[in-house]
Design a protein around this ligand. Structure first.
Ligand code: ADP
Ligand code: MG
Length: 280
């Protein structure tokens, strides 16, 4: 049976906007030695802003990208649609396919359209050059031809740095796993004080990494709930944060942080430590 103090702990957590599913999760949390974070939408805002467009016809590439992204709820998709601002003609879009960790494959006005990262284009045998930029780059290929790329910039969340510093001070191990390119991931890691970084990881790879770390010690994975339901399940404690997460992600989580600030994690960790002290 679950000691009463855990119910008090769950109550205290929910007042702070953190939904903990069970008393045993609250008990496990204070034992976690290794905190593994997703990058986009978790440590960074995930609200990208389109800052540059490289293409012969800038309106055309944005139009193509927006039509491909119109059914996705990935932060990159939302930002491209914000930049386009015009209406989407949905009858023109067929065979929509979201390739996890890569982008969108779709048929637009009867011709194949690819919108995503370098891996998506390489896998589909498109000839192009990879630009050397520290920001997120989304490439567009239409009718098997390379059209150009869109540059998106993301920002750190306000409390990310403090959260990592506090976890480190508590003697916890911290890792960041991301589907993003190494240059971007390393730049974010440097700003946050995270040295253990896995970049260019597909959701399946993230799951494998978390699974293998969980064999060594108690882990928590903290993600925004986009494309990472199976990663949330692989950690001892899966925590999803923000409001973008799907029902599937909430289902897969042991705790849900209703705010978008990572510092909430420290609050629930303190409640877990305190609750366990009462029980002992
Ligand atoms: P992370 O949250 O770790 O960045 P994701 O798996 O959500 O990982 O995405 C990894 C990468 O895959 C993105 O940085 C982007 O390059 C590409 N990607 C994923 N979804 C999309 C999409 N809807 N449109 C374009 N690119 C995408
Ligand atoms: Mg993500």
């Amino acid at each position: 049976s679950v000691p009463l103090a855990f119910y008090a702990g769950i109550g205290a957590s929910s007042k702070k906007g953190i939904l903990v599913k069970s008393g045993s999760d609250l008990e496990t949390l204070h034992k976690v030695e290794h905190f593994i974070f997703d990058k986009t939408g978790t440590l960074t805002k995930g609200e990208f802003v389109v800052t540059q467009v490289f293409a012969e016809d800038k309106d055309f590439i944005l139009k193509l990208a927006s039509h491909a992204e119109s059914r996705s709820n990935h932060p990159i998709a939302l930002s491209i649609l914000r930049a386009y601002k015009k209406d989407i003609i949905s009858e023109d879009i067929k065979d929509y396919h979201e390739v996890f960790g890569q982008g969108i494959k779709v048929v637009y006005q009867q011709k194949p359209l690819l919108v995503g990262n370098d891996r998506l284009l390489i896998n589909n045998k498109i000839q192009f050059e990879i630009p050397d930029i520290k920001y997120s780059v989304i490439h567009v290929a239409y009718d098997q031809k390379y059209i150009g790329y869109i540059v998106l910039e993301d920002e750190l969340k306000m409390s990310s740095k403090e959260t990592i510093a506090l976890l480190t001070k508590m003697g916890k191990q911290v890792t960041m796993i991301t589907g993003d390119q190494s240059a971007i991931a390393d730049d974010i890691g440097k700003k946050l004080g995270i040295t253990d970084i896995y970049s260019k990881q597909l959701p399946q790879d993230k799951k494998d990494i978390v699974e293998s770390l969980s064999k060594q010690h108690k882990t928590a994975f903290i993600g925004d709930g986009i494309n990472d339901a199976m990663v949330l399940l692989s950690a001892d404690i899966g925590i999803s944060m923000g409001s973008l997460g799907s029902d599937v992600a909430i289902e897969a989580s042991d705790a849900v942080i209703m705010h978008d600030q990572p510092i909430k994690l420290i609050e629930v960790l303190k409640i877990s430590i305190f609750t366990n002290r009462i029980v002992i």
